[in-house]
Design a protein around this ligand. Structure first.
Ligand code: GLC
Length: 535
């Protein structure tokens, strides 16, 4: 059982909301979302109960990977606005008592970044060693077998200087050489620039990629590779990611953050649990929250999810704060992965588990992945491997605000299409409907904010079977029992070694609310309840 924390920090108690800025709100009629658009929608987020926002990259970029290829870490891309707009956004966020997190992309820059332009200009350039340059093998081939996440080899030949450079993602995203102290210092200065402005922290992109094997050994074949998978998964990236020395870099970043008050670092890490938790660092020297993607990558099966939760709880270091994520801009949305009815269960799970939840914009209205016709695909991952249905565009479509032109997102044709059902599925219509998923989210968030037991209380698993997951959350004499039916069939919750009596506080289908219950509860398919246990 976990011990209750006495004093919690904002990033432990509050919910993080991820905004993909291209798709949240367009304010200047170019079909792409922007910073002033976000300002216009802050009241909506406040009303929803959101206290912290993370915005995907807004920096100067050629947009080969939609902003994850940065050409100036301290400049705002004109598509999103100006630095004045940013300052205003930050002030407006803080005025509402909210927090703002930015995306830090330290593993790679754009190939148009002045650092890389210098680095590739000649072998003698002082910035040559800022990136990863290698000679070809004697037969002229790539230095090793490392692959790019976005298809093909990870090595790009540079005709002029007759060497290869390494890119774990697009060839337009060369990887920095983090073994070089000048690179380290330059990126720490980027962090200081934004922290000095007053931002509340960073989500750090592919933090586990930052350092590579110093001998550049070949990655081994992945015995579990299947032809439908991303070609990158043909190899196990054991030499190109998650190297022991990465933790020194993470610690360096943590020290920078710790020079400021209550700033948070969140690491984007796709690794098995036992490796993930090492990113908390020894004695809190790592990131505050290594993103926990277990609910994103695990099959939606009650027993597997129950195991995932318990394994995660059991793997955390004593001082490690948990966190949970259902969707993000790189993965299929939760409503598409588990269906509309189960998306309500997922919301109840996300907002009642122990740890900081992250909500991906639009999930609160049950937005689904939108099919994007082949000729409209924009994501390089989709374009480079067209037969594998890997495009991330479907989960990045414009926010559906109302039933007006382009769902109130923009007066102009949006950069990605909207689904035909946006006239029904949008914020405005759902606010008016007490049974909508949006109103479920709102009520769950409110309860969570009011109740210490849900925000920070102990987590105790009670029972799980082929349909049900159940657990309690308890603090300071208040406890809740959460019972979730992850199946579509009726389920009968009557645990043998656990008796209880209480009242249903929130149900995914509100008809059950206020029902007194004792020792058992019958749930319809896709039904979940939060029961307030009698004292
Ligand atoms: C991260 C981002 C993803 C991006 C990649 C390369 O995984 O979330 O969107 O494409 O890094 O920067």
């Amino acid at each position: 059982m976990q011990t209750e924390q006495q004093k919690n920090l904002w990033w432990q108690e509050e919910i993080i909301y991820q905004i993909y800025p291209r798709s949240f709100q367009d304010s200047n009629g170019d079909g792409v979302g922007d910073l002033r658009g976000i300002i216009q929608r802050l009241d909506y987020l406040q009303e929803l109960g959101i206290k912290a926002i993370w915005i995907s990259p807004i920096f100067e970029s050629p947009m080969a990977d939609f902003g994850y290829d940065i050409s100036n870490y301290t400049g705002i891309h004109p598509l999103f606005g100006t630095m004045e707009d940013f300052d205003e956004l930050l002030a407006e966020v803080h005025k509402r008592g909210m927090k703002l997190l930015l995306d830090l992309v330290p593993n790679h820059t754009s190939d148009q970044h002045p650092w890389f332009l210098e680095s590739r200009s000649s072998r003698n350039n002082p910035k040559r060693d800022w990136y990863i340059w290698k000679d070809p093998k004697p037969d002229g081939s790539e230095p090793n077998n490392w692959l790019s996440m976005f298809g093909g080899t990870g090595w790009e030949w540079d005709e002029k200087t007759q060497q290869f450079y390494y890119h774990g993602f697009l060839k337009e995203q060369p990887d920095l050489n983090w073994r070089n102290p000048e690179v380290q210092e330059a990126m720490m200065n980027v962090m200081r620039f934004w922290l000095d402005k007053g931002i509340d922290g960073f989500r750090i992109d592919v933090i586990f990629h930052m350092i590579k094997d110093d001998q550049f050994r070949n990655n081994p074949q992945n015995p579990d590779y299947q032809p439908h998978m991303n070609k990158y998964d043909q190899l196990l990236p054991i030499y190109s990611t998650d190297q022991p020395e990465v933790h020194d870099i993470v610690a360096m970043m943590r020290q920078v953050a710790d020079d400021y008050q209550e700033r948070v670092l969140i690491g984007e890490i796709y690794l098995p649990l036992h490796k993930l938790v090492t990113y908390y660092g020894v004695n809190q020297s790592g990131v505050h929250l290594p993103f926990n993607f277990q609910l994103l990558v695990s099959p939606w099966d009650s027993q597997q999810i129950a195991i995932v939760i318990d394994q995660y709880e059991g793997s955390l270091p004593a001082d490690g704060w948990p966190n949970w994520v259902l969707s993000n801009h790189d993965q299929s949305r939760i409503s598409s992965r588990v269906g509309k009815a189960q998306a309500r269960i997922a919301a109840m799970l996300l907002l009642t588990l122990r740890g900081t939840p992250t909500i991906y914009y639009g999930d609160e209205i049950g937005m689904r992945d939108v099919p994007i016709p082949a000729e409209e695909v924009q994501d390089p991952q989709g374009l480079n491997m067209p037969d594998l249905n890997l495009t991330r565009d479907p989960a990045r479509t414009p926010m559906q605000w109302d039933d007006s032109t382009n769902a109130g997102f923009s007066p102009a044709k949006p950069w990605l299409r909207l689904p035909p059902d946006f006239k029904r599925i949008n914020v405005k219509s759902q606010l008016q409907n007490p049974f909508s998923i949006l109103n479920l989210y709102k009520r769950l968030i409110k309860l969570r904010q009011q109740e210490l037991a849900l925000k920070a209380g102990n987590y105790t698993p009670i029972f799980s079977d082929k349909q049900i997951i159940s657990y309690t959350r308890a603090a300071a004499g208040t406890s809740f029992l959460i019972v979730l039916n992850l199946s579509h069939r009726p389920a009968y919750f009557k645990p043998q070694h656990f008796t209880f009596s209480g009242v249903v506080e929130i149900a995914t289908y509100p008809e059950l609310e206020n029902l007194p219950v004792k020792d058992y509860i019958n749930l319809g398919g896709d039904e979940g309840v939060i029961i307030r246990i009698d004292n």
